[in-house]
Ligand binder design. Sequence first.
Ligand code: C2O
Ligand code: CU
Ligand code: CU
Length: 474
Amino acid sequence: MISRRSFLALAAGGAAAASAGELRHAWSARPQRRINPAATSVVRSKAGLLKLDLVAQEMPISIPGTSRRALTYNGLLPGPQLELEPGDLVQLELHNRLKNPTNLHFHGLHIPPNGTADNVFLRVTPGQKQSYSFTLPDNHPAGLFYYHPHHHGTVADQVFGGLGGALLVRGELDRIPEVQAAQEEVLVLKDLLAANEGSGSGVMLGREGSILSVNGQVNPELQVAAGGLLRLRLLNASNARFWRLALEGHTMHLIATDGGALEQPVPLQELLLVPGERADVLVQVAPEGGRFRLNNLPYKRLGRPGMGMRRPVTDQHQADIVATVSTNGAVTPQPLPQRLLRVEEISSPVRTRRFVMNHGMVPSMGMAFLINGERYSHARIDTRVRLGETEDWELVNTGVMDHPFHLHVNPMQVISRNGRPEPYRAWRDVVLVRSGETVRVRTRFNDFAGKSVYHCHIFDHEDLGMMGNILIEA
Ligand code: C2O
Ligand code: CU
Ligand code: CU
């Protein structure tokens, strides 16, 4: 018989134990327990240095409804939350105790793409270790970023298997008084396979699991004061799942996207987060108090039927509960900030390039995922750009599935979608390109020369070839 005790959020990670009575089955509509990331799982830089060993290893976990083993960093799912400040030196030692090669990527950080910084071409074989070392620029924007493995060919298995963690950069946004007054909760969203689920939906669409976890818990409870401001910092750490979130009875006010603050809050009734994407939202908690479900609404990632593919797991009609917000006490209703930070307008692109995404048959390889008709090759440079130049990229999805396009090192601004101008300026590093859609983005190749990549952030698609090499030349 399985005891309720074994449903502890994190067996191996030593997270704070909750009493058995607070723990529920995954499929229960009742909250599992309060969100309270164990102190040991947050690692902050001290005196300008963040130094940490990260051990990638399969470990037992106790997330209700799952098959109870997962790939972890330091025994944790998600991995420890890293907190940095601009100018910090980061020194990580990655130990590979997995069965396959791995490495580390610092998704969204503006740091060099080579050496021992954000170098996704490093290969750390099983049993080996690798040092990573870089300095975060002094002017790095504050935001929520993401570390995860990035060894081409094993990424999807490793992220779907559990690897990944949040990386916070503190800064100006956090010092806006209303933002500072809010109760901050970092929510790492990851779907996991249920114990009886086999390997999940197919790699063609991108694998999803039916267990929705938040910081390694199922339907955790967030306690907030009625009338207070709640700051939810959300990271989609899933392999393929799109999270479409809505909080019962509340409007969410978006204050930051992937690359940092907006100019002013944008009210949203629902928030779509694609894999790799982050959002920072403020919620004015109802003064009358109560219990409110944070729901995940259905989303169809397949534009048109056909191709004999399985129905995506998200193609269902009923909302799933992600977490429960419940009030405890009350405060005088807190105001929203009126203005946030300036978002630089980048102009005068020197050229426009086109990237066409689709899948197709490749001779001798079978089905592959392609950018401009080509499957990823380590040996080829697909795109050469000049350091300091601004370019427009036209991202065209001619296929039947949605593809979230991701660029390393430099963030992008969406200019238009299908010719319609984007309503507000925002820095993004993942941009959803829906089936049949053309999205124009603009980026400037600042500060760092070197070779890096862009790819679909559905990792099954990336591993199946939907990636290109970019060389930024000084
Ligand atoms: Cu989050 Cu190249 O990936
Ligand atoms: Cu990335
Ligand atoms: Cu894709």
